[in-house]
Write a protein that binds this ligand. Structure first.
Ligand code: F0G
Length: 458
């Protein structure tokens, strides 16, 4: 008999979560103005809002916290983290920040000017926010295959080099702040970028003399997919692959809350000293002195340890197989999801799942509310709400994909939880004929509206 797969860790500490009843949830979500961000976490049974900062740290990370050095300048913990970043990514220079968007804020303060363009693969919402806030334009060059959820392309996170070259041809190099490669491509479904695509994008960046930035939140999951899907990498370790990937990056912004398995933290990696020096001033203004930048010494220790654990194959295999377990269960139930299953989340194709809801009534948001009411599971909309309005016309930008993202926190839930999620979605699928109307917005913020938007049921 073949020995089945099992987690590469055992559990040392647990946290109680509470089930609720449907009537409670109907009341709570109404009070939350049908915005899942407004729910109290105690009103949620299985929280798939994000995989960011929600993972479980290891015993080694917790023990590293006990020996953090809290000196203002030159802390030992800073040097431990500096060494980890050098060893894992090869960056000579780095600045700690309190999370990923802070890294964007600091670095973009140096690199992005009004009127610039920033081509990339499905810029994350804070990335786009920091670009548009500076009156520059984010141009999405993701390959078209990403928008067909049934297309089995193995690297749906890739940049379409033709689209990219068009942007580079039509703009003087001074107007291109940088190219951004999001690893993995979150918005397209946690889809990876191949090493070959990294190389091609890097070649274009060199040809047109513009820098290349890696938005690195899920860099290790990306390396796992390169190892398991791309010819020539099967015998390389994750750490070897990561080092090779980052040979091509000029800069990295990192949200450490994902693949480095800490609850808070981020950093910027630099190859050149000059940009590092310029960014240091902004880091001191916005984040903190250059050797702590918004992080405690103990948190830098946990992060250094997390970078090491997060780039171990056994851990990544456990992680990505759990996400795939949920994804394939949903496929077996006839639920339309982005395929192949991505690294950190399963993305449900809401347009296909709820065909009777008009796009003006926020299809994926409606699905999110229904899943919450069904079983206390909280996902997040990745669709019209997140895409937000065109900065000029202020009209909704209806994206090609309208998804409900079910992000799986690292080392947190068991496959029994995955079974609950799958059954709950199946129940929503079974009553989809009755779901014919969605929601209308009664209040929204000028940018990044999805966090605080308020709805009324139609
Ligand atoms: N880049 C990517 C690709 C991200 O997914 C995120 C955060 C950030 C940058 C910003 O990092 O949250 O540390 O400031 N993504 C989270 C998510 C919030 O739920 O996907 P941050």
């Amino acid at each position: 008999m073949e020995i089945p797969f099992a987690e590469s860790y055992k559990i040392k500490m647990v946290e109680t979560i509470r089930r609720s009843i449907r009537e409670e949830r109907e009341q709570w979500i109404k009070e939350a103005k049908y915005n899942l961000f407004n729910l109290k976490s105690d009103q949620v049974f299985i929280d798939l809002l994000t995989d960011s900062g929600t993972g479980a740290m290891s015993d080694k990370q917790w023990s590293a916290m006990m020996v953090g050095d809290e000196s203002y300048a030159g802390a030992r913990s800073y040097y431990i983290l500096k060494k980890a970043i050098k060893d894992i990514f090869g960056f000579e220079y780095f600045l700690p920040t309190h999370q990923g968007r802070a890294a964007e804020n600091v670095l973009f303060s140096v690199l992005v000017k009004s009127g610039d363009v920033v081509p990339g693969n499905s810029h994350f919402d804070t990335t786009k926010g920091h670009i548009e806030f500076r009156k520059a334009k984010a141009i999405d060059c993701t390959i078209d295959e990403a928008y067909d959820t049934t297309n089995q392309h193995q690297f749906k996170g890739n940049i379409d080099c033709e689209k990219l070259e068009n942007v580079l041809k039509n703009n003087p190099k001074e107007k291109v702040s940088f190219i951004v490669l999001t690893l993995t491509n979150n918005t397209a479904g946690g889809q990876p970028v191949s090493m070959q695509n990294i190389k091609e994008v890097s070649a274009l960046a060199k040809q047109y003399d513009v820098p290349l930035l890696f938005d690195s939140a899920r860099f290790a999951e990306n390396a796992y997919f390169i190892k398991t899907r791309e010819a020539g990498y099967e015998n390389k370790s994750i750490k070897e692959i990561v080092l090779e990937m980052y040979e091509y990056a000029d800069y990295a912004t990192m949200s450490s809350k994902k693949d480095a398995i800490v609850n808070m933290g981020g950093f910027i990696g630099f190859k050149d000293q000059e940009t590092y020096r310029q960014a240091s001033t902004y880091n001191i203004m916005f984040e903190g002195y250059i050797t702590y930048g918004g992080m405690s010494g103990r948190d830098m220790n946990a992060l250094a340890q997390g970078l090491d654990e997060g780039t171990e194959f056994d851990y990544l295999e456990t992680r990505i197989k759990q996400v795939a377990y949920l994804g394939h269960k949903l496929i077996d139930f006839g639920i339309p999801v982005q395929q192949p299953i991505g690294g950190h989340a399963v993305f449900v194709d809401a347009k296909k799942m709820l065909p009777n809801i008009p796009k003006e009534e926020y299809i994926a948001q409606t699905l999110g509310v229904e899943l919450y009411i069904e079983a206390g599971i909280r996902g997040v909309e990745v669709g019209t709400l997140l895409a937000d309005r065109d900065p000029e016309t202020r009209e909704n930008r209806y994206p090609e994909l309208e998804m409900l993202r079910l992000a799986i926190p690292r080392r947190t839930y068991t496959n029994n939880h995955m079974d609950v999620i799958a059954a709950a979605l199946k129940n929503v699928l079974d009553r989809r004929d009755k779901l014919t109307s969605g929601y209308k917005i009664v209040w929204e913020a000028p940018i990044m509206r999805h966090f605080t938007v308020e709805f009324e049921k139609i």
